[in-house]
Design a protein around this ligand. Sequence first.
Ligand code: GLC
Length: 615
Amino acid sequence: MPRSKFDERLKAHQQELSQLYSELYSGDRESYDALIALMRAAYKQRPASMKRLDEKRVGEPDWYKSQSLVGMQLYVQSFGGNLKGVRDRIDYLQSCGVNYLHLMPLLESPEGRSDGGYAVSDFRKVQPELGTMEDLKDLAADCHKKGMSICLDFVMNHTSEDHEWARRARAGEKAFQDRYFFYDDWEIPKEFEKTVPQVFPTTAPGNFTWCEEAGKVVMTTFYPYQWDLNYANPAVFNAMTDDMLYLCNQGIDVIRLDATPYIWKEQGTNCRNLPQVHTLVRMMRLVCETVCPGTLLLGEVVMEPSKVVPYFGSVTRPECHLLYNVTTMASIWHTVATRDTRLLRHQLGQVFALPKEYGFLNYLRCHDDIGWGLDYQFLAQFGMKEVPHKKYLNDYLTGKWPDSPARGELYNDDPRLGDARLCGTTASLCGIETARTQQDNGRLKWALRLDVSLHALVLTMSGLPIIYSGDEIAQENDYSYHDDPLKQADSRYLHRGRFPWENVPLIDDPDTVQSVMFRSLRQLEALRAEHRVFNCLADTWIVNTGDDAVLGIGRYYEGEKLIALFNFGDSDRYISVDELGDYTNLTSGVYVGKSAAALPSHDFVWLLCDFDKKN
Ligand code: GLC
């Protein structure tokens, strides 16, 4: 009998997989065999259409680095009401140029104790209001037909306290208590607390919760209703892997490994980024490479750069395909608030120095807060110190600072540490909301220019750009969560508002904010797809603009050179840079000759030189 693809791939990977498994789980052969059996079963159940997609992607392994990919992240409920509603609106997504769709958590999760869907009670069931697993499958199939891939969160660090395992653990079943971290008293939890920082110091202080029914303490790093899973137990790894493969078989292309750095705990450490986390991620990669090699792993590693990059693994032992460019995102908002591009230049310089093979996911906003994980050592040389600087950023971006047009809100303000984070939509943080309410047309144009420029910056970088749903029509903050008792404690709902469908027709009225934003974005996406200089293998560098308020980025690929300039300053500039070439303004099509440009405040320019054309 000819060997199946599964057997071929297993042969290639089993030596490493069995070694890693054996080392992590003390040579537990029985559990390893059970893992291989569930992988084989998942392969058997994998639909033929997904197997075909696997083969196609194996043939072009860099498919997700294509410059024509544009991602969008959205909540099913806010955007379409339910999964069928999203399916009915695929045309709109296509009109946005989107071909990668991140659906925010949609699996079963108890109301009021769901952390926006991040407390899953059943990994094989869709939240009933949103539809069924069949609906998810149908949506994925429709998306695939239109060349759109689907990303879904896999919330693997914890389950909801309503998950079957948690219910059985609560009822006293030892085998299920062993899937979590249960302690008879507070002695060990107190030891943990000495070294483990807090994720939600205000909304969910502490890392443990008393479970009355079990008469024990349980580890809850995030909210008290999110029980941390114990991956030191192979039964947990096996069962969660099985659930992940089940989701892949429903048509999910990209698995977002939620809260990746947290999945291994050890007393006496900060329980973040421990070496075993990398073993687990590498094993998941090997599992996917064997069962469903078209699947990508996206790591949610919201950490400083030195902690993020190791999650790519090495060339021969890769871990995640994609990682968030989180420090760049935070540095962009720092630049908006300070008009000083020195930190961003430094940060981008570091990113540009990394191997071009690394796939970053670039973005301005997502469903979470902006954490101020900046390079404070670098900022110290300019006299900016961590606590007062965070305070300034928060004051500016919440509009507390005199004359700041930004409208954000604080998130998890920890007065002890001066460590508040920040929420708000891109448009509101850029000042669009303020200008609109003040009916100040001049300021509105200025704020809108900033919003467009920031998106242009995201599209200038190599990697996968992700638009946060609503940003394409400059959606503003939604304050209604203040009146919702289930949401009011969590200011992240400020930027998780209902998608304003009533504003979509305004795209056709060229004088509106919605129209300018939407059309600008579409134009930029189209130019990015069209010009080879945006290839992910392009050389990238920081261009010296001689002006700290103006960021310059250079790209070069096969005879095309791009100089991108971004004026973060409050006044108009004339920038001339020492970069050989004969340039055309890409967005206007106007020939500009040498690399010089008038750059109004908040504006940007893409200057393109095609050396081949000249010859
Ligand atoms: C991730 C999610 C965040 C959630 C947390 C806990 O960080 O992005 O929204 O609160 O995980 O699951």
